[in-house]
Ligand binder design. Structure first.
Ligand SMILES: *Cc1c(COP(=O)(O)O)cnc(C)c1O
Length: 493
């Protein structure tokens, strides 16, 4: 399997090179030249998560030996997860909640970031890279911690994480600022997620800076979902959950299901779209946004328009206007038209808007406001004794809207992306817990007491941890900060 750039079809590289580079020189994203087909789903029945991961991922990572890939999967998906099968599929009402947050940092990012460090390490070996790898990461809260956890103290790799100072939850912030590991570097930037992501992309595209660093023995890579090594592991759980529904008799062989996914950077839902185009019987892809509803407008109006302010919401991991992976969707739907993609991305950059003439009917886009999020968390708890986080609430609320207007009776999987304990304040308020005068951990304990659901260990332990990272940066100083970190080998500046 070869990979090319969404903005230049003459690029042709192997999967390990795509993972190492993170983003293409031309600013485009790496995409597989075609999607592999998994025709006989029956073959997956009876297989565990790791086995299905191997069957799916080996189709994409063809320059990894069977042994290397199996080894990476085994090391990634182990007792760091609090479920033997990594994920849970819970039937609640008429929907199926695919709980993707049972990993070490209690968010779905663990599904890919547990394995990415191993894939990267093997890619270094496969390509004989001698430089040290610097992972640059922009985070809306969850990627940062999951990447830090995955890359902490991995030899030959340093990791730098930029998060928006006021744009993450209390628990998300603590998870990052208490991160141990000599090779970790965490910086709060004076800006929002788009600023962080932009800054990282600018560093990637700064040829001179990259050459300078190369001379000093460093190369950059990315842990964001712009890295194809993030997306491939995310395809796995859509296959896994379909097979689970089949196994338990909830669906018949070949029956089409819908996927409802809370979206910011369009990564998780793109993985579902790829699964569909690999042969998984999926009908509608329900793209759920919060008040930053740029994707909802795009899917309805075929016009991507970011001329608006970014709003800070209770689902901070979706507080994004420039949704990186949409570029991969444009590339796929235009049959790899690199000129078209380049033109659209240039207009986005220069005019903050572009129009497309593509068939987007297999998507349904809608959004939830703060009241709806609160109402949804409350309803699910009161009706079904089931507790969800604000992101998952967005997905369920938009699924309900879709059901009402379409009458579509397909079984639907709701991608459940984070533990409710990562967003304690909003969850507590929604289920009638007084938060006034309580600190974060008192809030979490009150939720535990009221619901009988245990606080995940990794979150509970934060209260005894020391804050290690206190760095801050203006949004236009990210490059200098990276430089200082590399020069001094300092984790604090
Ligand atoms: C990252 C994240 C999302 C959005 O996922 P994308 O695939 O980047 O759009 C949704 N919910 C949570 C909890 C997340 O951490």
């Amino acid at each position: 399997m070869k990979y090319t750039s969404t903005r230049d079809n003459t690029v042709e590289i192997n999967s390990s090179e795509a993972i190492l580079q993170g983003i293409s020189k031309d600013g485009g994203l790496f995409v597989p030249k075609h999607l592999p087909q998994i025709e006989d789903l029956e073959l997956l029945i009876g297989k565990n998560y790791g086995e299905i991961a191997y069957l799916v991922m080996s189709e994409f990572l063809t320059d990894f030996s069977e042994e290397l890939l199996k080894d990476s999967i085994r090391k990634a998906y182990d007792e760091k997860f609090d479920r033997e099968d990594m994920v849970a599929l819970e039937k609640v009402g008429d929907a199926y909640f695919l709980e993707l947050y049972h990993g070490p940092t209690s968010a779905f990012k663990d599904m890919a970031l547990s394995i990415l460090p191993y894939l990267l390490k093997e890619s270094i070996g496969i390509n004989g890279i001698e430089e040290e790898i610097i992972i640059l990461t922009a985070t809306s809260g969850d990627t940062g911690k999951a990447a830090l956890e995955g890359f902490s103290d991995v030899p030959g790799i340093k990791i730098v994480v930029f998060y928006p100072k006021d744009g993450v939850s209390e628990v998300q912030k603590m998870q990052m600022t208490t991160q141990e590991g000599e090779n970790t570097f965490v910086v709060a930037i004076d800006g929002n997620f788009d600023d962080a992501q932009n800054g990282v992309k600018e560093i990637f595209n700064d040829v001179k800076f990259k050459e300078e660093l190369k001379d000093r023995g460093y190369v950059f890579s990315s842990a964001n979902s712009i890295n194809i090594g993030r997306l491939i592991p995310q395809i796995v759980y859509y296959f896994y959950s379909y097979i689970d529904l089949l196994k338990t008799g909830e669906i018949k062989a070949g029956e089409k299901i819908n996927l409802a996914v809370p979206t910011g950077n369009f990564g998780n839902i793109l993985a579902g779209f790829y699964a569909k185009n690999m042969g998984l019987p999926v009908d509608k892809l329900i793209c759920a946004s919060n008040e930053n509803n740029v994707l909802r407008d795009f899917l309805k109006e075929k016009r991507y328009d970011i001329k608006r302010d970014l709003i800070l919401t209770s689902s901070p991991s979706m507080d994004i206007l420039v949704s990186s992976n949409l570029e991969r969707l444009l590339s796929f739907l235009s049959h790899g038209d690199d000129k078209l993609v380049k033109e659209k991305m240039n207009s986005l950059n220069n005019d903050k808007v572009y129009n497309v003439d593509l068939d987007l009917d297999e998507f349904y886009g809608e959004y939830s406001n703060e009241d709806e999020i609160e109402e949804t968390i409350k309803d699910l708890y009161e009706k079904y004794n089931y507790l969800v986080d604000p992101h998952t609430a967005v997905a369920y609320n938009v699924y309900e809207k879709y059901k009402t207007i379409s009458g579509d009776g397909n079984k639907t999987i709701i991608a459940s992306t984070a533990s409710p304990f990562k967003f304690g304040k909003k969850v507590a308020q929604s289920i009638g817990i007084e938060v006034e005068g309580k600190d974060e951990f008192e809030i979490l304990e009150a939720i535990q007491e009221k619901t009988g659901i245990e606080i995940p260990k990794n979150i509970d332990e934060l209260k005894d941890k020391e804050i290690i990272h206190k760095n801050t940066s203006q949004k236009d100083q990210m490059k200098e900060i990276v430089n200082i970190f590399l020069n001094e080998g300092e984790t604090h500046v």
